[in-house]
Unconditional design. Structure first.
Length: 124
């Protein structure tokens, strides 16, 4: 079997017994992309404007899955310099908007927004 470098853009398959293992496998290529793109765009809080510019958007079908994905994103992306914001229904929208505006990571490789479809539509 031939080894293919990560930058080749190939698909990956992750198998794990727990949800967090598969979630991490889903997030690792996002963190890799954010760290290697050279700081172009998606820096976090909007760069002077009022519109945030996330480097990645993860859409989760339920609040529970969104919160799990956000927790893994903070756990593993935070040390790499990635900021994470979770927006979902059932929580005050004003606080979520404020989090999107102010969230920046130390080291600043970018921001990942984890959202449920309904709240994403509300915010758009």
């Amino acid at each position: 079997m031939r080894r293919v470098p990560w930058r080749a853009g190939r698909d990956a398959i992750a198998v794990a017994k727990t949800g967090s293992g598969k979630t991490l496998a889903f997030l690792l290529p996002i963190f890799h992309f954010m760290a290697t793109r050279g700081g172009s765009g998606g820096g976090g809080g909007g760069g002077g404007g009022s519109t945030p510019s996330p480097a990645a958007l993860v859409i989760a079908p339920t609040r529970e899955l969104a919160l799990q994905t956000h927790a893994e994103c903070e756990r593993y992306g935070g040390p790499a310099g990635a900021a994470a914001v979770c927006v979902y229904g059932g929580a005050p929208m004003g606080e979520q908007k404020a989090a999107l505006q102010r969230k920046k990571a130390p080291g600043g490789i970018g921001m990942v927004v984890v959202a449920t479809p309904g709240r994403l539509c509300d915010l758009m």
